[in-house]
Design a protein around this ligand. Structure first.
Ligand SMILES: Cc1cc2nc3c(=O)[nH]c(=O)nc-3n(C[C@H](O)[C@H](O)[C@H](O)COP(=O)(O)OP(=O)(O)OC[C@H]3O[C@@H](n4cnc5c(N)ncnc54)[C@H](O)[C@@H]3O)c2cc1C
Length: 329
């Protein structure tokens, strides 16, 4: 491991100023991903800026939105009584990830910025365009069971590993940022990038920008929502495919509104906008569900080991929508 210094910030301005002072500085939250990457020498920061003492409150605001401090732990967010009742998909997505011990220290900010679990990214002996631009991609012809079926490129077929982000994508969350040039908000959907020919650039963050909070706009029908994760083991495994969904069905059985997002299928949390468009105004039945998934997955392409995920994604979406339909208002 390389030598690095450690600083703790109690205000966001201190964290940002410290980050500006060293080009190789990194923010450190729970460290459950960053420290692993340092051990493997994939990340080699010279300075770690501990941001776990910045706000981590979960605040219900008068307009019905929810503001979650970036330092909130995954456990605290999943257990929050309002989150559990108003956004079941969010609680379930978090509880589907990692282990209780990891969730106790992992934070909302760190979860959003955790890096891919592609084994070739972690293997210094392998070619990886994300780790070393233009070196090649050993995943394309290698073990690619967990890799992308949507939005991938020649350069990279890695997926984003977060479960929580899939729920946040469905909820249209806004990520609050502070940086050297001031504050701004960005939709979670626009924060992560597709790989294109620069898979090493994973987000739209500017240098030294700090995630300070995540805002969830009001969405009353999210009470009827869920998250389903399909994986190789019942626990402690990343998603092959996951689905976050919320539906608003009127008393005639017509879908008034719907939110759908997929995990384990792309370089970023995948909002299923095409499926949503097909579903809105249609009867909540299997014919509509199947038409929607065909539209969403029409552009999906498989690799040697992950072709099956296309059908798996379709079936999981249909099963989740069917489950929510059965739940009643
Ligand atoms: C064995 C294991 C199994 C796991 N299984 C799952 C799983 O099934 N599903 C899942 O979703 N996740 C899983 N995870 C990943 C886990 O959820 C992440 O490691 C965790 O959420 C990262 O949060 P952290 O606070 O520890 O981040 P860190 O490791 O501290 O940081 C991660 C990244 O975020 C940056 N960062 C942190 N906070 C901020 C901030 N406020 N502003 C800007 N940048 C910031 C850091 O610089 C770093 O680049 C697993 C992890 C392990 C080790």
């Amino acid at each position: 491991m390389n030598i690095f210094s450690y600083e703790r910030a109690s205000e966001s301005s201190t964290a940002i100023n410290l980050a500006k002072s060293n080009v190789a500085a990194k923010y450190l939250a729970g460290g459950t991903n960053l420290v692993d990457l340092m051990r493997e020498t994939i990340e080699q920061p010279e300075m770690l800026i501990d941001v776990t003492h910045l706000p981590g409150d979960i605040e219900r605001r008068s307009d019905g939105s929810l503001l979650i401090g970036a330092a909130a732990t995954n456990t605290a967010l999943a257990a929050d009584p309002h989150v559990r009742s108003a956004y079941p998909l969010l609680t379930r997505s978090i509880l589907a990830g990692a282990s209780a011990q990891i969730r106790n220290v992992a934070t909302v900010g760190g979860n959003i910025l955790q890096r891919t679990r592609c084994r070739y990214f972690y293997d210094n002996a392998a070619r990886c365009n994300k780790r070393r631009p233009e070196s090649g991609c050993d995943a394309r012809e290698g073990f690619n069971r967990y890799h992308a079926i949507l939005g991938a490129s020649e350069a990279c077929v890695a997926t984003h590993p977060s479960d929580m982000c899939v729920a946040l994508a469905a909820l249209d969350a806004v990520v609050h940022l502070e940086g050297p040039d001031g504050s701004r908000g960005i939709r979670l959907l626009d924060l992560h990038r597709l790989p294109g020919d620069r898979p090493d650039i994973e987000t739209e963050l500017q240098p030294n920008e700090l995630i300070t909070a995540v805002e969830i706009p009001p969405l009353p029908f999210a009470r009827r929502s869920t998250y389903r994760k399909v994986r190789d083991r019942a626990s402690y495994a990343f998603a092959l495919v996951s689905v976050a969904a919320a539906v608003d069905i009127d008393d005639k059985g017509i879908i008034r509104d719907v939110r759908l997002a997929l995990g384990g299928v792309a370089h970023k949390p995948w909002r299923a906008l095409k499926a949503e468009a097909v579903l809105k105004g249609q009867a909540a039945d299997l014919d509509s569900f199947r038409a929607a998934v065909e539209e969403e997955l029409a552009g999906a392409t498989g690799l040697r080991d992950n072709e099956f995920k296309i059908e798996l994604a379709k079936r999981t979406i249909v099963a989740v929508l069917n489950e929510l339909k059965g739940e009643g208002a």
